[in-house]
Write a protein that binds this ligand. Structure first.
Ligand code: CS2
Length: 407
């Protein structure tokens, strides 16, 4: 978002800027505030690299250090959009997709937004566009209904105003961004003769598709490559089931084969075959395409993006939080195929590798499993007989059972 907004600002829309908020770690604030919010984005591929300085971020607030500043920002008259990149687990959902009130506490984004919106209401301001940028199916619709539940429980008087004054457009964001490493920072300093603590390294490809349903003003991002559409669903389903589905498959199976990076896993021909099978035979047939959307070409382009040798995208980064990612990446595809009597051998291989990952298969080399449900899932696996592992996790009473499983 900062990258597209920076381009809009460069083209003359100078009345926009972004206040960053971190809900937990002070790291990004520590990196960016001393740099006046400036940082670089370097696009890297086999053909070389290109760096751009991003000037869209004014400052970064840390919610755990200054709660009031975050609420004040949300309630400021100039603010029009609150966007979210809080990862799948940040939405605090129960297995059936509804809000889990035990998870959605005072430190969740819901609490800040609710308080910010309450102040906007009380001072007679307009509502906000709440813009989810996370990898969830129908991310905006989910955010809207989860926010509704949060308000109904915590500030019921605001629910009607929320629906009248705020919107939650669905969006699809696609850009592969490996976590920056100390080597990236050192390399940047050597090459450019200056230090950037907040440097981001990414691929040349970038896609942002947004439903044009804003509560107030917005930058004209569409002049800078953003696709404003009436319905995001076909793009989002293709992205989640093909790109992200393939990513998770490469992550768990790649780690099992001893690889570290996505491009290495893809160079392993047995895994490349599996990935193509998942994308073309299992996921693609479940996607209702938009006019002009070509899934064969999409799959081909994805193989090229995954093979980018200059990114060093770590498999362990993708393997994180599997319990939160697998439903929309694999289980929906599995369910839709199952209804039509088709099997999904590639996804089943992935599930097998994920279960082994949960059981600690990669811990010696990569450290403990990172997943909010790691302990729960592992305890269940420890109790289950090997042949009962899948039904213990995904069966009707298992923690991974959800609306996506019919049998
Ligand atoms: C990845 C995504 O970490 C992951 O789980 O699959 O972050 C992926 O790189 C992005 O969605 C690409 O747009």
């Amino acid at each position: 978002m900062a990258w597209y907004t920076d381009k809009a600002m460069d083209a003359g829309e100078n009345d926009w800027s972004i206040t960053g908020v971190s809900l937990r770690s002070p790291d990004v604030a520590t990196q960016l505030n001393p740099q006046n919010g400036l940082y670089t984005v370097t696009e890297r591929s086999a053909h070389g690299e290109a760096t751009r300085v991003i000037g869209a971020i004014k400052n970064v607030l840390v919610a755990t250090q200054d709660r009031e500043a975050v609420i004040r920002a949300l309630a400021a008259p100039a603010i029009q959009i609150a966007s979210f990149t809080v990862t799948e687990k940040g939405y605090c959902r129960a297995a059936d997709g509804s809000l889990d009130p035990n998870l959605a506490g005072a430190d969740s984004f819901y609490a800040y937004v609710a308080q910010g919106l309450r102040r906007r209401h009380d001072t007679g301001l307009n509502g906000l566009t709440l813009l989810s940028c996370d990898n969830l199916a129908e991310n905006g619709s989910q955010l809207g209904s989860l926010m509704h539940t949060y308000l109904a429980l915590n500030d019921p008087g605001l629910v009607k105003w929320f629906h009248a004054q705020c919107t939650c457009p669905n969006t699809m964001v696609d850009r592969i961004v490996p976590a920056t490493t100390p080597q990236d920072l050192a390399q940047f300093a050597t090459k450019n003769g200056l230090e950037d603590e907040g440097a981001v390294v990414t691929e040349p490809f970038s896609q942002w598709v947004i439903e044009d349903n804003f509560a107030g003003a917005r930058p004209t991002w569409e002049r800078h490559g953003v696709q404003m559409v009436a319905n995001v669903r076909p793009y989002e389903t293709a992205k989640l089931r093909m790109l992200n589905g393939a990513h998770s498959l490469l992550a768990y199976c790649g780690l099992a084969h001893g690889h570290r990076f996505v491009h290495q896993a893809l160079a392993d021909s047995s895994l490349a075959v599996l990935v193509e099978q998942l994308m073309l035979n299992e996921a693609a047939p479940t996607i209702k395409t938009a006019p002009g959307q070509d899934l064969n070409r999409y799959a081909r382009d994805l193989m090229i993006r995954f093979a980018n040798p200059a990114l060093n995208h770590r498999l362990i980064q993708i393997a994180m939080d599997g319990s939160q990612k697998i439903p929309q990446r694999w289980l929906e595809t599995l369910e839709e195929n199952q209804i039509l009597g088709r099997s999904c051998p590639a996804i089943l291989v992935g599930i097998d590798a994920w279960i082994r990952h949960l059981q600690g298969a990669n811990e010696d080399e990569h450290g403990p499993v990172v997943d909010p449900m790691a302990e729960t899932l592992r305890a269940i696996l420890n109790k289950a007989e090997p042949e009962g592992a899948v039904s213990a996790l995904f069966g009707p009473t298992g923690p991974m059972s959800g609306s996506w499983l019919t049998t």
